[in-house]
Write a protein that binds this ligand. Structure first.
Ligand SMILES: [Zn+2]
Ligand SMILES: [Zn+2]
Length: 395
């Protein structure tokens, strides 16, 4: 636990929901990047995260017990795997802070106009990889449907060279004050300006391309570099590749969640690969060497000889035994070599024997005194042939 959310908001541990909300608004207003400049973004995010946790009774309870509900994946992840701190949504929180679209909530008190420029949302897209792509890394094109800065007005929202004009209703203040007389005295109420919706300015000639939003939706293709060794569920964090904010505001981040397709031959177990091969009974009894394919066979950019490895099967090998080929598994994500390739063996009993072959086997049985069989019984709890084979075949 690194962050004390109560300390971040400056409230006591038994603060009421109202106190937390008030403290959050106060801090967030002060630290908002539109107000305090881009240098305050980290502190602003921290305040948001603290509020996200403490305003939710369940998350607050988890935090009070010493857990970290904002970072459920902390420590086990990869890069910025936390994805915005457990799914908080920047824009929703800004809306909550401004009272759902009406600037400065109900109790605004002379804080000036609201900025048209806001940070865009983070975006999450999914990418499917083959096992070889995940293992060896790849650069892949990815189509992203997202908001970009309007190419016509460059984010300003106004048509041509025109600038937004100061709102005549509020004279640029973004809010209007009404005074009601009552027998208790004057009651002053501050409300967002209905003409400019709190912006303090009006776009007289909205851009025809984006209707004054300063951004347009478009589909674009980016190349995503996937490092070697990634696994199912890993996320790649691409800074500022999310959607552009209203008014051409800074882009949010893009997260690419990876899923790895099952392979027809190999099963992944961490950084190890497992496969199973069938060997004829005679070869298993006499011993032999076989050529076994490796995951490299899926790559087009390596020599053909790397696509296989020679495995020695010793004489007398039993069904279910496993041979380890070192260093032919999955490269480890942060360096540190490769895992191993485990090759499990299934010994095939011959079928469709002709007369001559049957004679030969009978002679063998005779010579070994195996014409009458008294089967040896295995202990039921032993992790024997069958469980190993089941694992090897992924059953
Ligand atoms: Zn535009
Ligand atoms: Zn106005």
């Amino acid at each position: 636990m690194s962050t004390d959310y109560y300390e971040v908001l400056g409230v006591s541990r038994d603060a009421s929901a109202d106190e937390i909300k008030r403290a959050y608004r106060k801090k967030a207003m002060k630290l908002h990047p539109d107000v305090a400049g881009p240098g305050s973004e980290e502190a602003f995010k921290e305040v948001q995260e603290a509020y996200e946790v403490l305003q939710d009774p369940q998350k607050r309870a988890i935090f009070d017990r010493g857990g970290d509900p904002a970072h459920p994946n902390a420590g086990g992840g990869f890069g910025d795997a936390g994805f915005g701190g457990g799914g908080f949504d920047f824009t929703n929180l800004v809306d909550a802070m401004f009272g759902g679209g009406s600037p400065f909530g109900g109790g605004g008190s002379g804080r000036g106009p609201r900025s048209r420029v806001r940070r865009g949302q983070d975006a999450l897209v999914r990418m499917r990889l083959t096992l070889a792509e995940a293992a060896f890394g790849v650069t892949k094109p990815l189509d992203v449907d997202t908001a970009v800065v309007c190419p016509k007005c460059h984010g300003k929202g106004s048509d041509g060279g025109s600038e937004p004009v100061t709102c005549t209703t509020c004279e640029g203040a973004g809010e209007v004050i009404t005074v009601q007389r009552s027998f208790l005295g004057d009651i002053r109420t501050t409300q967002p300006c209905p003409t400019c919706r709190g912006y303090g300015s009006v776009i007289a000639h909205p851009c025809s391309e984006c209707s004054g939003e300063g951004r347009v939706r478009t589909s674009r293709t980016i190349n995503v570099k996937i490092p070697a060794g990634v696994d199912d569920g890993n996320r790649i964090h691409l800074d500022s590749q999310g959607e552009v904010g209203p008014g051409g505001g800074p882009a949010g981040d893009l997260y690419v969640e990876l899923s790895v397709a099952p392979h027809e031959v190999f099963r992944r177990d961490g950084s190890n690969l497992e496969m199973a091969i069938e060997v004829p009974m005679t070869a298993a009894a006499l011993g032999t060497t076989v050529s076994v394919r490796t995951l490299e066979a899926d790559r087009e950019d390596v020599d053909a000889e790397q696509g296989s490895v020679t495995v020695e099967i010793p004489a007398g090998t039993q069904s279910g035994s496993r041979i380890v080929v070192e260093g032919r598994g999955i490269p480890r994500l942060r360096g540190g070599g490769r895992g191993d390739l485990g090759v499990s063996l299934l010994i095939k009993t011959p079928t469709k024997l002709d007369g001559h072959q049957k004679d030969l086997l009978r002679q063998l049985a005779d010579a070994r005194g195996e014409t009458e069989v008294n089967p040896a019984v295995r202990a039921s709890g032993s992790k024997g042939v069958f469980s190993r084979l089941k694992e090897a075949f992924g059953a």
